[in-house]
Each structure stands twice: as structure tokens, then as C-alpha cells.
Design a binder for this molecule. Structure first.
Ligand code: ZN
Length: 306
């Protein structure tokens, strides 16, 4: 059964206003950096005449610093969040020796069956965050994922960027993916992961209403990078791994397009990652089990008089 939602369930902030807000904040950061860097430079180098070349250089440096600042801010938002977020799962309980494996962007005709074969051979559970379009295109593979007992998650219909999507697009993307994934796999997606880990308040409310837990990750293997190697993936997945970790892989996707990336390094790395994690004494468990032992921000206990 799928829930029905009205547009009024979403926060009413239009796409244009969001875009304007983003541009204004980027400009404010730019101006602050320029002024700050400018005043420091003029104090340190007040004996140097300011030529137009210096001004150009200053503008270039400020632009670079602004880009880096915005990148770091987004990174912090994805991995930590800026507010109280008991609804977002980024890790299991670090006191356990359990970890969970997750695969995004599939199913892929080429790589998902190979990933499933390896998981079966090693008897390891995983969770697949499916892109709706791909589940529609490869329903047999989507069904196989569920039949082999793996967890199913929603990764939107067309792998959209959540914060820049209009209300209508966001609503359609999430609902349509829910429907397609449920129809092809026969399972209602219990989990949802926003593409690139970028979410917003509307996404959090919608996921909550749909009963889909937002699950991000602790370790990214960065297997989406062009030309990444098997060794690099194994190193990232195993060397930092500790209890409670949610490890992110990709069985489909591409840098710009939604599909077509080469995931053969991920496939080659997977057996080595499983063996490496086991050697470290870590147990690979289903996402549901990892989150049962959840170690999130705790809700305050309120005593209610009888
Ligand atoms: Zn993705």
C-alpha cells in the first residue's frame, strides 16, 4: 500500500527563492573573504603598490576560497548536519563490532548481478538504494535483489539533487520511485537515501510521512571516482572501518549521467573488502540489524504524571 500525500504536506519554498538564497549566501561568503583577505593583505603588504594584476589575483583567490568554503559547508552538512537530527541515520552503535554494506544507484544490468553473486558466495547481506528509472529498466535484477534477502532503499526516481528540486519534482521523484521499487521488488522500501547525501527539510518531512528511514553513510569508498583502483576502494573501506559503520559503494551510476560508469573496480574490491572486514573482527549485518543497535542523538525522557 502506498501513502497518498497532498502538496500541502511540503514546505512551501519555491525553487526560485531557494536558488536566490543560495546565490546570496555564496555572494556574502565571497564578499567577506575578499574584504578579510584584502584587509590582511593591505596591512602586511602596504608598501606594495596595488596594481590591476593584484586585483585580478585577489579575485581569483577569493573565488577559490569561496568554492572551498561552500564545499566544506556541504560536506559538514552531509556528514554531521546543522540541527537536531534524530531522523537521520549516519551510523550504527560504535560499541558493537557490526558494520553494514550499502550500494547506491542500481540496479545495473552489468554490475549488480556480479555484486549479488559475490554477496551470495560470501553469505553477506547488503542494502541497495535503487534509482527508480533503473528498477523500471531492469525489473528482473531489482526482483533478484529482494529475493536474495537484501534490504531495499529508495534513491529517488531519476537521481535528482534534492535541495534544488521544486516541490512538485521532489514529491514526484520520491513517490514515483517508491511505487516503482515496490512494484518491481515486491517490497516497500524501508530506507531512503538522498542522491549525493544532500537533503533538506522537505525531504526529511516527506521521508518521515512515507515511513522511510533516511540512511546516509559513515565511510564512502569513493568508487564513483573516474579511474579509481581496486586497492583504493579496499583501503578506504577496510582501513578506517570500525563498529557501527555504514559503508557506501556504487553498483551503477556515473559521474555526470545516471548510468554507464565502470564499476568493475567495485566488483573486484568487494571480496577483498569482505575478507578484510572479517579479518578485523567485524561482522557484516543487515542495515536493519545495525540500526536496531542505533546510537543516535537520544530523545529527552519526559516523565508524565499519572
Ligand atoms: Zn547516488
Amino acid at each position: 500500500m502506498l501513502l497518498k500525500l497532498g502538496m500541502s504536506d511540503l514546505l512551501e519554498v519555491s525553487y526560485l527563492i531557494r536558488l536566490v538564497m543560495l546565490l546570496i549566501s555564496a555572494s556574502v561568503i565571497y564578499i567577506c573573504i575578499r574584504r578579510f583577505a584584502g584587509s590582511v593583505a593591505s596591512r602586511l603588504f602596504d608598501w606594495v603598490p596595488v596594481s590591476s594584476r593584484d586585483r585580478v589575483l585577489m579575485a581569483v583567490i577569493s573565488t577559490l576560497l569561496t568554492t572551498v568554503t561552500i564545499f566544506l559547508a556541504v560536506h559538514f552538512y552531509v556528514y554531521n548536519g546543522l540541527d537536531y537530527q534524530p531522523d537521520i541515520y549516519r551510523t550504527g552503535n560504535p560499541k558493537t563490532r557490526q558494520v553494514a554494506l550499502t550500494f547506491d544507484d542500481g540496479p545495473s544490468q552489468e554490475f549488480t548481478p556480479l555484486v549479488l553473486d559475490i554477496l551470495k558466495e560470501y553469505d553477506v547481506p547488503a542494502t541497495f538504494f535503487l534509482v527508480g528509472i533503473h528498477a523500471e529498466r531492469y525489473p528482473d535484477i531489482a526482483r533478484r535483489i529482494a529475493e536474495e534477502g537484501h534490504g531495499i532503499g529508495n534513491h529517488t526516481y531519476g537521481h535528482i539533487t534534492v535541495p534544488t528540486a521544486s516541490n512538485k519534482a521532489l514529491y514526484e521523484e520520491v513517490i514515483k520511485a517508491t511505487r516503482v521499487i515496490a512494484q518491481t521488488t515486491g517490497e516497500y522500501p524501508k530506507y531512503i537515501r538522498p542522491p549525493r547525501g544532500v537533503y533538506d527539510a522537505r525531504f526529511r518531512r516527506l521521508s518521515h510521512v512515507l515511513g522511510q528511514k533516511i540512511v546516509l553513510w559513515t565511510i564512502s569508498t569513493r568508487d564513483w571516482r573516474y579511474g579509481t583502483s581496486t586497492q583504493a576502494i579496499v583501503r578506504r573501506a577496510v582501513s578506517q572501518a570500525k563498529g557501527g559503520d555504514i559503508i557506501l559503494f556504487h553498483d551503477s551510476g556515473a559521474l555526470v549521467r545516471n548510468e554507464g560508469g565502470d564499476r568493475s573496480a567495485t566488483v573486484r574490491a568487494l571480496p577483498l573488502v569482505i575478507e578484510g572486514l572479517r579479518q578485523k573482527g567485524l561482522e557484516i549485518v543487515p542495515l536493519g540489524e545495525l540500526l536496531e543497535e542505533e546510537f543516535g542523538e537520544e530523545f529527552p525522557v519526559v516523565e508524565i504524571p499519572e
